[in-house]
Write a protein that binds this ligand. Structure first.
Ligand code: TTP
Length: 672
């Protein structure tokens, strides 16, 4: 079967760097006496010794696995050292690990475009650095090649029996007759080995890396030889690698799609996908996913490394498994308050350190009903515009929860149906903040405003949120529930030592503390910005938006942006005509890769979707200035002063033209 060659990505050099048993290394740096010993990090709860979340390679040799609990691990490896995750607000506190991850990122970011993919993973685009090396000091000209480079695993490298491994690697790297793509990869191998040594020297952490022509292959390779090693995928080795790669091991195929490929198409390995035409795959899975599958079978991925050193979202979550499931609104509210407090703290430091604000608050939960024929019904995720301030986040999170609960329980709510009492149990809760943008320069007092908002509650903790998180009629009822639950807010005993949290590992932003599975990710993509819920008063015939200002002029203002939306959508450099033209002239293969990547991701990965959103600018008339009322007077004045010069400009330039000016014209360019 002919294999289409990627035209755009095969001359790139991409690395995926993954820290080895990361939390264990962080703990071992803190307690050096643990180095070299079988060690595991456990979640703080005491049930059967807590759940293992990171296991050292010494412990892995004794048969200890991450799925074990502490007691099991001790049975498997009596000498194991168990270290507990730090705890704050009754839940795991991952700040220590987050900042350790940032140390690594700051070292790696010096080498090229760097994307922080999770708490301990980074993608690097080393193409420029590799090209410079190839031009100035190509590998074949080097007299000495570092030992770390010579330990690299090069997939498909031919070696005669008895050949010395390191000599073979040296020969491969220094081949004069290699094609340009492999020569660039050779430079990548040298650069990455040097970076890993630097990380070790400066942080004491070891890491492993994958080096290939695209992100997908680099990520696959980085896990192939661990710890403290690097693996290279030359283009010629791609097919062999994919032909034996179990379909579920591929990123984004670990869930339902992977299962469907196995059961519906009888596919076991990624290479098996080659049997199917693109049309056939599209018939089964839709145009975009079909094309994406066709591409990955050939090792094609158009996904670019994004220059992003900071997380794309912040999240705080907790699970309540088994008997610890929450069953009272008051306990749900208690935990939402804790989670919101942590989230607010992280938002404040992001604002202070990085001058970024988030604009969407999302609530996820996992739940089950005690007596329910529809037991597989998912607890809906809900979002609304994010308001800064602990109390506001707490209020909004709880209101979102109540709106979601009503939808989950259906029209009968928790009222008895026949002689059955419908009850719910919550097994996981998380709040997250997304759609994070830089604050445009020149808005310093706005920043001060947000900063003070994040610490000073603006109103009673249990007041109804109606101005920003506009509620459906049914949701407004929730406010009275809220007040009444406050009066009985004593914590029932079973919920006081609730269990562990897990970071989000399906999501690219896995330094969220908790994820409730892939389905939530897709749920979020449906509902993240504009949750529509059925209005009871309209008996399901009309949908209403949660998250817009509700006041007397609400009809007029429907769809008008909030103040954070303005920042979110603000782009100092709107796409130029030239960029638009370039887009329309890319080659068909690269177009395919691009299209496939972005459209597929809109379903299973939000990254590309978010990238395109920022290319949008507000028009003057689209800015509902009444949203400025959210802000203190001096800030309102500052913002209005941004708008005023433009009006004058428009008036002078061409009458009636103002409605077509983007907000980008009003702000000075960003000083990034
Ligand atoms: P991983 O990179 O998945 O694993 P790891 O770094 O521990 O080990 P490896 O060398 O195999 O890559 O996860 C990074 C950290 O995230 C890990 O050290 C602990 C944490 N983590 C959890 O808290 N819960 C989980 O379920 C997983 C998978 C990881």
């Amino acid at each position: 079967m002919p294999v289409a060659r990627p035209e755009t990505s095969d001359a790139r050099v991409i690395a995926h760097v993954d820290m080895d048993c990361f939390y264990v290394q962080v703990e071992q740096r803190k307690q050096p006496e643990l180095r070299g010993l079988p060690t595991a990090v456990v979640q703080y709860n005491e049930w059967q010794g807590g759940g293992l979340i990171a296991v050292s390679y010494e412990a892995r040799k004794c048969g200890v696995k991450r799925s074990m609990r502490g007691d099991e691990a001790k049975t498997a490896c009596p000498q194991i050292q168990l270290v507990q995750v730090p705890v704050a607000r009754g839940k795991a506190d991952l700040n220590l690990y987050r900042s350790a991850g940032s140390e690594v990122v700051s070292i790696l970011a010096k080498s090229g475009k760097c994307e922080r993919a999770s708490i301990d993973e980074v993608y690097l685009d080393l193409t420029d650095a590799a090209e410079s090396m190839l031009a100035d000091a190509p590998p074949e000209s080097l007299e000495l090649i570092d030992e770390e480079v010579l330990k690299s695993h090069i997939l498909g490298m031919s070696r005669e029996d008895g050949d010395d491994f390191k000599e073979s690697v040296r020969d491969w790297i220094c081949r004069k007759d290699a094609d340009r793509r492999d020569k660039l990869l050779s430079c990548g191998i040298i650069i990455v080995a040097e970076l890993r040594k630097q990380v070790l020297k400066e942080t004491e952490f070891t890491c492993s890396a994958g080096i290939a022509h695209n992100k997908m292959l680099a990520k696959l390779a980085s896990g192939m030889n661990k710890p403290a090693q690097q693996t290279v995928v030359p283009y010629s080795a791609v097919q062999e690698l994919l032909s034996s790669l179990p379909i579920k091991k591929m990123k984004q195929l670990g869930g339902k799609l992977g299962t469907s490929l196995q059961t519906d198409l009888g596919i076991e390995t990624v290479g098996d996908l080659l049997q199917f035409s693109e049309t056939k795959l599209q018939e089964h899975y839709g145009v975009n996913t079909g094309t994406w599958l066709w591409n990955i079978a050939r090792g094609i991925s158009g996904e670019e490394v994004q220059g992003r050193l900071l997380p794309k979202s912040h999240g705080s979550g907790k699970t309540f498994p088994g008997p610890r499931a929450l069953k009272l609104l008051s306990t749900v509210q208690h935990w939402l308050n804790q989670l919101s407090e942590e989230l607010s703290e992280r938002l404040s430091s992001d604002l202070e350190q990085n001058k970024r604000i988030a604009s969407t608050l999302t609530l996820h939960a996992s739940a089950f009903k005690s007596r329910d024929s529809d037991s597989h019904k998912k607890f809906p995720s809900k979002s609304c515009p994010l308001r800064y301030g602990v109390t506001k986040i707490q209020e909004d999170a709880f209101n979102l929860f109540q709106a979601a609960l009503r939808e989950y329980m259906g029209p009968f709510g928790s009222k008895p149906q026949g002689n059955k009492q419908e009850t719910w149990r919550i097994t996981g809760l998380s709040v997250s903040a997304s759609k994070i943008v830089d604050i445009p320069s020149g808005t310093s007092s706005i920043m001060r405003y947000f900063q003070s908002e994040s610490t000073v509650p603006s109103r009673s903790a249990y007041g109804c949120v109606q101005d920003h998180v506009a509620m459906t009629p049914s949701a407004s009822e929730g406010c009275s529930e809220q007040i009444s639950t406050e009066t009985q807010a004593a914590m029932p005993e079973e919920d006081t030592d609730v269990t562990y949290t897990l970071p989000n590992f399906e999501n690219p932003d896995k330094d969220n503390d908790l994820v409730f599975g892939k389905d939530v990710v897709s749920c979020q993509s449906n509902e993240a910005t504009d949750v529509s819920t059925q209005s009871e008063s309209n008996k399901g015939t009309q949908t209403k938006r949660i998250g817009r200002k509700m006041n007397n002029s609400k009809e007029k203002n429907r769809g008008m942006p909030s103040i954070v939306d303005i920042f979110k959508n603000y782009n100092a450099t709107p796409p130029s005509k030239q960029e638009t033209q370039e887009d329309s002239t890319v080659s068909s293969t690269s177009k395919k890769a691009k299209f496939s990547s972005s459209s597929h991701n809109s379903q299973v990965n939000q990254e590309v979707e978010e990238r395109t959103e920022t290319d949008w600018g507000y028009k003057t008339d689209e800015i509902d200035q009444s949203v400025f009322d959210e802000l203190p007077v001096e800030i309102q004045r500052e913002l209005r002063s941004f708008l005023r010069p433009n009006k004058q400009f428009n008036a002078g330039k061409s009458k009636g033209d103002g409605s077509t000016s983007s907000i980008a014209h009003y702000f000075p360019p960003l000083n990034r």
